[in-house]
Each structure stands twice: as C-alpha cells, then as structure tokens.
Design a protein around this ligand. Structure first.
Ligand code: BDR
Ligand code: CA
Length: 311
C-alpha cells in the first residue's frame, strides 16, 4: 500500500474521502490525518476528523490540528454548504479519541524526514496552508514527497466560490502557489471532474441500503450536502469532490486527464485563486500537474459503496 497523509477540513465530502481511505488498507497505509481551517474553523475540522474515525471504528488513527488560518488572508469558510458544524446531516456523537500532541505541520515534516524519500503521498482535501507551511519551514522535505493528489481548482467548469475560483484554492491562493511551484508531481481533481461524481437518488439509496452506521451516515451527509448544489446549480445530487482523491489512490484507471501547466492567480482580486490551466498547451510553460477532466462515475460509485460496506 501507498503511505499516505490526508490533509483535510471536514466537510461531508472530506468525511466520505476519509472513510474510503479507512476502508482500503490494501491500497492506503494511512500514516495520519492533519486538519486545516477551511470549510469551518480548525477547532471544528479537527473535531470532525475524529468523529469520522470513530464512526469507522478506527480510533487509533493519528489526527493532528494544523494551521488555523491561511498564509496571507482572512479565513473564508463555507457553512452555507456544509452547515454550522461542517458535518451537518447525521447526528454523530462527539469524539472520545484525543487529538495527537504537536502541530500537524510538524507531523508532516517529521514523517517525510523519517521515511525513505519517495515513500509518502500527500492528499490535501482542503486549503493548502499546512502543506505550503511545511514546505516553507522544511525545504528539505519537498524532494522527498512521492506525489501530491489534491482536490482543488476548476477550469472549464469555472469556480464555486467566485466565478473563477474553486473554494480550496481561493481560501489560500498563496499556499496553492507554493505547492504548484514546488516541483512535486501533482494530480489535481478540479471541479471539472468532481461535478461529474454526483450522488443521484439511486446512489444515495445504495449507501443507505448498506444498513450500517457508516452507510446511513454517508447517506445522511450526502442528503444534507446536496441541497446546496441542487438549489444553486440544479445538479442531480451532491458532488463528491474529495472522495475523487482517495478513489484515485485505489483505482487510478477510473480517471483521465492531461499533464499540463497549472498556475495560480494570487494578485488580481477579480480572479483571485483561479487555477490557470493550460489545457490546450498554448504556452511553453512546463507541465507541473496531471489535471483530471473525466471519471467513470458508475465505477467510482461501485468502488465507494463496495468499500464503505466493509466498515
Ligand atoms: C471543496 O471545497 C469544500 O467545500 C469541499 O470539501 C471540497 O474540498 C470543493 O470546492
Ligand atoms: Ca474539503
């Protein structure tokens, strides 16, 4: 299995991404979860991550709190999508498992330094503050990262927090810029693909039909999460943004994209946080990311439902 650190701001879709990882030990050796401020403030994201581990019965997962605000901007949150707790929908108990001592950024640095180079994959599911902070604090770790598989950005699909920016990149464009310029191989799951991973009624029924605490909670989370996209975009159901990242680790053949150059807008207020993706190769800027554009949605939901059934 790949050694993985999930960096996250749960969020219902982050929660499903984490559950998929916890259900897949053959492919994913989860070293730990680092939390960041994003969908909701850090105290809630670091609580929600533990709620999800406990829901899955995995109380030994290491969960760390990381950065509580973006590098150079005020924190923007998304309660309008995820609810006040960030995890609205199911009624899950407060976590008993504690947060690990120490800062999430230091955990990332320490893990990369103590494992052989090229061993660890980073999976950011929220703003890139923790990853960029780790790279700035310990530049020696950058070359030791095997790959970054992240959810963020959008190109043909535009933005979901401004007309041109996707939430994760918009919240901390400076951090995203550092990560995209780091030279680490990056796989990007932008809105272009995640808006094709929609929880239709039938797919939601399949989660519920698992008739387990996990299956029912996932159905309730996607029910809650979907009301936003239904009202706002008239879409068929909730887009499972972040689970695209963990599904890619398990079955990359479900996804297709192009290896292209992606730059982050950090100057213009109008287009702040835009992922400027050279999809058509109209510049000679060096490719720095595999930008995913499509997925086999039925295959993705079959994998997800099948794995959730194990928990
Ligand atoms: C991203 O923003 C958050 O609201 C979701 O958890 C996802 O990571 C989608 O734009
Ligand atoms: Ca997220």
């Amino acid at each position: 299995p790949r050694k993985v650190i999930i960096d996250t701001d749960p969020g219902q879709d982050d929660a499903v991404a984490i559950l998929l990882a916890l259900a897949s030990p053959e492919e994913i050796d989860l070293l730990g979860i680092t939390c960041v401020a994003g969908n909701v403030p850090l105290d809630l994201t670091s609580k929600n991550a533990r709620i999800i581990c406990e829901l899955a019965g995995k109380t030994d997962v290491k969960v760390y709190a990381g950065c509580d605000r973006p590098l150079g901007r005020e924190l923007v949150t998304a309660e309008h999508v995820h609810g006040k707790t960030g995890l609205d929908g199911p009624n899950l108990p407060d976590p008993v498992m504690p947060l690990c001592d120490g800062h999430g950024v230091d955990f990332i640095i320490e893990q990369l330094r103590t494992h052989d180079a090229g061993q660890i994959t980073l999976c950011p599911l929220g703003p890139l503050t923790n990853i960029a902070t780790a790279f700035e604090k310990a530049p020696d770790i950058v070359a030791r990262v095997s790959e970054i598989v992240l959810m963020g950005g959008g190109y043909f699909e535009g933005g979901n927090i401004t007309p041109t920016a996707e939430f994760n990149i918009y919240v901390d464009p400076q951090a995203a810029d550092i990560v995209f310029k780091s030279g680490v191989p990056i796989v990007v799951m932008p809105l272009d693909v995640t808006h094709k991973a929609l929880v239709t009624k039938q797919r939601n029924d399949a989660f519920r039909a698992l008739d387990t605490p996990v299956g029912i909670a996932v159905a309730q989370m996607t029910d809650f999460f979907e009301r936003f996209d239904k009202e706002k975009y008239g879409s068929e159901g909730a887009p499972l943004h972040d689970p695209c990242v963990t599904a890619y680790l398990i079955k990359p053949e479900l996804f297709s994209g192009r290896h292209i150059n992606v730059e982050i807008e950090t100057q213009s207020e109008l287009t702040m946080g835009m992922t400027v993706a050279d999809w058509w190769g109209v510049t000679d800027r060096k490719p720095n990311a595999l930008f995913i554009g499509d997925l086999d949605a039925d295959g993705f939901f079959a994998l997800l439902t099948d794995r959730l059934a194990r928990l």
